[in-house]
Ligand binder design. Structure first.
Ligand SMILES: Nc1ncnc2c1ncn2[C@@H]1O[C@H](COP(=O)(O)OP(=O)(O)OP(=O)(O)O)[C@@H](O)[C@H]1O
Length: 306
């Protein structure tokens, strides 16, 4: 599959502090590519450089082979960016917003079917300020798609939405991709990234900490399998910490939770059998993207110092 976005060694500093410090990734045509990371990691700065809204200090960005700064107008036709809430006047009706933004593009999509697809037709006469959070987000998606872009950039699209509106928005994002549009998605929500993204770049402190499929990120995190149980008799702590491929041990209210791999699970079961200890309420689960994220963005330098 050809790449539609190429970011190579991107750098951006503010006041001498590097907030994006050598970020590289490529986004393939037709995929949903996620950018995930803690607050202040440099996610928005990265995507705003891709959109040509900020000028990088170093590195190279190409969107369909074009430079977002030098070829700004052409890139703006290829790439649909989501507006921020503050960029739309509260008094504008949905119809007025759709007509206004259509006028910005030489070959806009017909906004009527777009509004229909996004469930906005009954709201055409409603002012932006009177829409619910979910309806506002749907309007933002419509406005990002109005120029018939090849790529759409969505930054924190579902923040502040209730669970149902968030799920509806996920369905819309999947529909957008099914229509052939590539999606670059910035998100804080693991569940959202796990459900929607084909691949994810985890950005931490201005660098790419990992880049993989959601399942690949989980597999490569230290504690891919979680086993928990309440032992019928105390276990020797040294034997527990000596288990193979163990990532962590936690004791709480008589319950032991271990993270590691399948090898860790096999070994703990043998250990329990050897000592004739019963594991009450034994649970073995796969780690979630949440666990992988915490592992990938943990401060390993602090740990090493400790
Ligand atoms: N225009 C600016 N001037 C100075 N510092 C900035 C500017 N824009 C961003 N920063 C700083 O750069 C860092 C990265 O910000 P950025 O918005 O890219 O992070 P983020 O990963 O999107 O965070 P969040 O998840 O909180 O939105 C932050 O410490 C932020 O305060």
């Amino acid at each position: 599959m050809p790449s539609v976005i190429e970011v190579t060694e991107l750098r951006k500093s503010y006041g001498g502090r590097a907030v994006v410090d050598g970020v590289s990734f490529t986004v393939e045509e037709g995929e949903i590519f996620g950018i995930l990371g803690p607050n202040g990691a440099g996610k928005t700065t990265t995507v705003e450089c891709v959109e040509g809204l900020r000028v990088p200090d170093g590195g190279r960005i190409r969107v369909a082979g074009l430079d977002p700064v030098a070829d700004h107008d052409e890139v703006a036709r290829i790439l649909g960016a989501q507006l921020q809430q503050s960029e739309l006047q509260a008094k504008l009706t949905v119809r007025e917003a759709l007509e206004l933004y259509s006028a910005f593009y030489p070959n806009p999509a017909d906004w009527r079917p777009l509004a229909e697809r996004l469930g906005l037709t009954p709201k055409l006469g409603t002012r932006f300020g009177k829409l619910s959070g979910g309806q506002q987000q749907r309007l933002f998606i419509a406005l990002a798609l109005i120029g018939s872009p090849r790529v759409v950039v969505l930054d924190e699209l579902t923040t502040g939405l209730d669970p149902r509106a968030r799920r509806d928005t996920w369905q819309l994002i999947e529909d957008v991709r099914a229509s052939g549009v590539t999606v670059l998605l910035v998100t804080h929500f693991m569940e959202e990234a796990q459900r929607l993204c084909d691949r994810i770049a985890v950005i931490d402190k201005g660098r790419v900490a990992a880049l993989d499929t959601p399942a690949g990120l989980i597999r490569r995190s230290a504690g891919a399998t979680v086993v928990s149980f309440t032992p019928s008799a105390p276990l020797d702590e040294r034997e527990l910490t000596g288990l193979p491929a163990l990532a962590s041990v936690e004791h709480r209210d008589g319950r032991i939770t271990l993270t590691g791999t399948d090898e860790t699970v096999d070994a703990v079961i043998s250990l329990l059998a050897r000592h004739h200890i019963t594991a009450h309420q034994l649970r073995v689960t796969d780690a979630t993207l949440d666990d992988a994220f915490l592992d990938l963005t943990r401060d390993h330098t602090e740990e090493a110092a400790a």
